[in-house]
Design a protein around this ligand. Structure first.
Ligand SMILES: [Ca+2]
Ligand SMILES: [Ca+2]
Length: 254
């Protein structure tokens, strides 16, 4: 027989599990060729709607974006910088850590800012949250309005959770979740580094709170950040010496 205390306990557990957003776990792999792969895995394999991370290195520079996970084609900071000419899937996720907009490379500190799209993105609907301009359609015009308000502080038409900041927390409300599962065996992003007077580059990966952190349609995700690590930069001089050595051997043989 249930006691009142027992019933309340069961109710609390049920309520807690219903309101709790999923977890996201990040990991990094030093590929040994000057590139760093960043992986993300969610506890139920569902697709996060927004991921914003801060990446900094005291002795290295990010020189190139090698690849981005295909399920994150929305680079809001790049779209902010490039305006309407920025199509979905274009540009890169590297952003200015303190302001809206993309960064130029090389850079020692960046924000990694990636958004995903719902399965019903672009379908014409009326009366849904995504219809920001109130014309009864959910389309690129609404996305453009959101991009133009990206990281605006204070009251804004796109501040959908009314916390006076337009970030991924609002994007997650504005964008419906995708039904497809998140394939976390593919790197979220692969970045190329160069050392500043060193061949072992240190880095710290953390949450970017300015852009709203990591969110799904239930809100903020629990995470395992910050994490630190290093990237090995292959020394070009070693390759050069090996090449010269081979030439000497070949000449002696002649
Ligand atoms: Ca609209
Ligand atoms: Ca907000």
């Amino acid at each position: 027989m249930y006691t009142k205390k027992g019933m309340i306990g069961v109710l609390l557990v049920l309520t807690g599990s219903l309101s709790h957003a999923q977890d996201i776990t990040f990991s990094t792999v030093d590929n040994g060729d000057g590139t760093l792969a960043i992986y993300a895995a969610t506890s139920d394999q569902s697709l996060p709607l927004g991921i914003s991370l801060s990446l900094s290195s005291p002795n290295g520079q990010i020189t190139n974006v090698v690849s981005v996970h295909e399920q994150f084609p929305v680079c809001l900071d790049y779209m902010f910088t490039e305006g309407v000419s920025a199509d979905l899937g274009q540009g890169h996720p590297l952003a200015d850590p303190y302001n809206p907009g993309s960064v130029s490379l090389p850079a020692s500190q960046v924000s990694l800012s990636l958004g995903s799209l719902g399965d019903d993105w672009f379908m014409v609907k009326s009366g849904i949250t995504g219809d920001l301009n109130g014309d009864g359609q959910f389309d690129l015009n609404d996305m453009e309005l959101f991009v133009n308000n990206w990281l605006v502080a204070g009251p804004a038409i796109c501040d959908l959770n009314f916390d006076d900041q337009v970030d991924y927390q609002d994007y997650a409300i504005f964008m419906s979740p995708a039904n497809n599962l998140f394939n976390d065996s593919v790197p979220l992003v692969v970045l190329e580094f160069d050392g500043i007077g060193t061949d072992i580059v240190d880095f710290t990966l953390d949450i970017d709170y300015l852009r709203g952190g990591c969110v799904d349609d239930n809100g903020a995700l629990a995470h395992n950040l910050p994490i630190t690590g290093s990237v090995t930069i292959p020394e070009p001089c070693c390759l050069l010496l090996l090449g010269l050595g081979a030439m000497v051997v070949l000449r002696k043989k002649k």
